[in-house]
Structure formats: structure tokens, C-alpha cells
Write a protein that binds this ligand. Sequence first.
Ligand code: ZN
Length: 133
Amino acid sequence: MQILKIDHLGIAVNSIDDGKNFWSDVLGLPFEGAETVEAQKVTTAFFPVGESEVELLESTSPDGPVAKYIEKRGQGIQHVAFRVANIEEALAELKAKGIRLIDEKPRMGAGGAKIAFLHPKATNGVLVELCER
Ligand code: ZN
């Protein structure tokens, strides 16, 4: 498996409009617009930072994964995403090593990326996303 870099940090927020006050207006990170991924009941907004990005996540529904996360833990870092060279290969390798996966096969994420999540029980409590762009 070839991990290329930390692609982004996913941050759960109540509202992207409010969240972008800090990330964009205060820190000055460029705001490149929001995108809704209906399958995951989430609207995302990316703020590039050098080679990586900050991703704000706002739930589109009270029963979406981001809404549930905020209900349990409050707003904050929800996942860390690593960019991999080949996501299918990475998932096969992790599965062979006995790592519990949330997604056995990649699905479509924001920006047309292929993404898959690993189970936090296998990663010291961190929700890890793999993505290939
Ligand atoms: Zn993400």
C-alpha cells in the first residue's frame, strides 16, 4: 500500500456557514464552495492548506453519520483521510492483515474521489478514510 499524504482532516460542524467564519475569514483559507453528497447525508466544504485540506462536514439530515457524531461527541475532528495510490489495493492489503473495514469496496465521495473508511476499533479510535483522486 502506498500512502501519498494526509489528504484532508474532516471536521464535523453544525453549520458550514458558521464554520467558515473561522476557517476562511479568520485563518484566510480559500473557500472553494460546498458540495452535497446525498448518499452520505452530508454537505462538505474544502479549504486547501498547502498539500492538504480541511474538510468541513455538515449533516443534511438528523439521522446522518455526521449528525450522530456531533450528538455523541460534539463538533470537532471526525476523521483523518490518507490519499493512497490505489484504493482497491490498499483495502485488499488491510483486509488481508485482519483490519476491520467499514467499506469493503470504495464509494464515491466529494469531488469525484474514491473513498473508503476503516473501522475506528482497528485504528486506536480514529476514523480513517482512504481516498484516491
Ligand atoms: Zn473526508
